[in-house]
Design a protein around this ligand. Structure first.
Ligand SMILES: [Zn+2]
Length: 336
């Protein structure tokens, strides 16, 4: 028995996968967008299963993440390591046989359109805008999009299959997605693991060539109230849906939002076009601003607010929730 086959022996023994299914899994590549609680959970399972991943996240590890984001440890929070970097290190230690690509970016259409082939997209994000972008991207590429969401002890799963309807945009009007967040309503780890496991099992069915086994219903689970539902959503197709019906894909547009409020935190993200971190560090230091450098970020304080700049030009302005205030502060530091 080879090293690889021994590693996956129990999974290949399972009748639904078998040796042939395992071989297929090892040829696949999955895009995981977001490396918070869901992203950490699905990545851990998929990497152990032998699936290569493209990982993407825009944020860094904080101590409040450790309760449920299972790839990270205290040192990651202390050093505020970007989640993509911390996750990559941990996942490589788990399985060195697969390909892992991790990027610190805020996913956009410009980034997605340049992405090489992936076999499916896993939603581990925390906002509607990005989910609709992924919905449109997956439909356009003809690959499945596995939506998931959880808050409190409540979670949802739905798989958007290419060529089938409804898509997530059709369902948006009916799903309670824009209300509570993990920051306002909290979240317990078990619902994260539950929802993530549902995503992964659907991914395994598809990647091993068993799409007929996939769940087509909307799954809803409230683990605290002991309630679960499986809803047939076929009647919720929006016949004028610009994504799955007319294929206009309204989210696949280049002009990215310049600012956005990060989910549930007093943090505003402002975009700037920069040519690397070093010139910015020099600029700030010439203005007598103390700069903390890491390989991935620059950090400084301005008007008593913490500012964190990533290589892709995003500045996180902490302690504000007004986009205009945040943009003005970035202008003061970096120029307009
Ligand atoms: Zn649709």
């Amino acid at each position: 028995m080879t090293h690889v086959s021994k590693r996956y022996a129990r999974q290949a023994r399972f009748h639904g996968i078998g040796a042939e299914g395992q071989e297929r899994l090892m040829e696949k590549r999955v895009l995981v967008v977001g490396l918070g609680a869901l992203g950490a959970a699905v990545s851990d399972q998929l990497v152990r299963a032998g699936v290569s991943l493209v990982l993407v996240d825009r944020d860094y590890v904080e101590v409040t993440n450790l309760q449920r984001q299972t790839l990270y440890v205290e040192q990651d929070a202390l050093s505020e390591t970007p989640k993509a970097i911390a996750a990559l290190e941990r996942l490589r230690a788990i399985n060195s046989d697969i390909e892992l690509d991790a990027q610190i970016v805020d996913v956009s259409w410009d980034w997605l359109r340049a992405l090489p082939h992936v076999d499916l997209v896993l939603d581990a994000t925390d906002n509607v805008e990005t989910r609709l972008l992924l919905n449109d991207f997956a439909l356009d590429r003809g690959i499945p999009f596995l939506f998931a969401s959880c808050v409190g002890a409540y979670g949802m799963n739905y798989t958007v299959m290419p060529g089938e309807a409804p898509c997530l945009r059709c369902l948006m009007r009916h799903l309670p997605l824009a209300g509570q967040t993990c920051a306002t309503a909290g979240v317990v780890a078990p619902i994260v693991q539950h929802v993530a496991s549902r995503q992964v099992v659907e991914a395994l069915k598809f990647l091993t060539g068993r799409p007929e086994k996939m769940e087509r219903r909307l799954l809803i689970e409230d683990m605290w109230e002991n309630q679960s539902q499986r809803l047939d959503v076929a009647r919720l197709i929006d016949v004028s849906c610009p994504s799955c019906q007319t294929h206009d894909y309204p989210s696949l547009v280049s002009n990215r939002q310049q600012t956005s409020l990060l989910c549930g935190r007093d943090v505003v993200q402002v975009r700037r076009s920069i040519e690397g971190l070093a010139p910015i560090a020099n600029l700030l230091e010439r203005a007598d601003i103390a700069v903390k450098r890491t390989p991935f970020t620059l950090e400084w304080r301005w008007r008593n607010h913490r500012m964190l700049l990533f290589k892709d030009g995003r500045v996180l302005v902490h302690g504000v929730n007004d986009a205009h205030v945040a943009v003005a502060m970035v202008d003061e530091c970096l120029g307009t």
